[in-house]
Design a protein around this ligand. Structure first.
Ligand code: SAH
Length: 229
């Protein structure tokens, strides 16, 4: 898979992408992540990528020209399955979307800044808009990092045990059951007996019971089944 990220502050992404699972997935060829500085595409000598909003509102708006140039250049090189714009005024990001995105070949993520981006970019280039939550960030880089991370951990070859990602929270509309590791007892705090029993049927039943219990308590909305769309 290939992910191209267009950003006004690329440094925000490089350190995040160059560690841990995300680094390993790039090193072993599971994914290629390419970060592009939007200033490099600006056709003005000050490399400006923002301007005042029409209508006299406060804040600055990202201009069309550098974004158009960057996207058009990439599109000449290969076909992109989705061009994604993270923005708060969009449908909420869910695991199901991450699952779908992880099956694609090439995607672009455009990080917004300031007040956002000229609507015409959204109208003419963006194929998918994603909000990562009901709050407003200063830029799309953190959202792009979150989307990228959630996709990469699903790719075969990214995490050592591929089935692990399938037992995480939100797969099956359930939160994850609790996890334990050695020692079996610490300061009198014990691991539930069933996990030490070696009986896989009992263990699976226990995990399912705990997952349902936790979901009912914390996120009953997930059990209504329609929230992962
Ligand atoms: N004026 C906009 C917010 C702009 S915030 C509004 O009120 O809707 C600047 C940029 O940060 C956005 O263009 C977007 O790319 C990113 N961003 C902020 N909050 C976000 C969120 N909840 N989800 C995804 N991206 C977000």
């Amino acid at each position: 898979m290939r992910i191209d990220i267009l950003s006004a502050v690329p440094e925000l992404l490089t350190s995040f992408l160059n560690h841990s699972i995300l680094k390993r997935a790039q090193d072993n060829g599971t994914v290629g992540i390419f970060i592009h500085d939007l200033h490099d595409f600006a056709d003005n000598k000050h490399r400006r990528i923002d301007d005042y909003p029409y209508g006299g509102a406060s804040g600055m708006v990202m201009t069309i020209q550098p974004v158009e140039k960057a996207i058009t250049k990439l599109q000449k090189e290969r076909h992109y399955n989705e061009i994604i714009f993270p923005t708060p005024d969009a449908p909420l990001y869910k695991q199901k979307t991450a699952n779908t995105l992880s099956t694609l070949e090439n995607i672009i993520i455009l990080c917004g800044h300031y007040k956002g981006i000229d609507q015409r970019i959204r109208d003419h280039f963006i194929t998918m808009e994603i909000s990562i939550g009901d709050y407003v960030l200063t830029g799309g880089e953190l959202a792009a990092a979150i989307i990228t991370d959630s996709i990469i951990r699903l790719l075969p070859g990214a995490i050592s045990d591929e089935t692990s990602a399938l037992t995480d929270s939100f797969q099956d509309n359930l939160l994850s059951s609790p996890v334990y590791t050695r020692p079996a007892e610490y300061k009198g705090w014990k691991v539930p007996n069933v996990l030490l029993s070696g009986n896989h049927k009992d263990i699976d039943e226990w995990k399912m019971e705990k997952a349902i219990e936790k979901t009912q308590q914390i996120r009953p909305d997930l059990l209504k089944n329609d929230t992962t769309e």
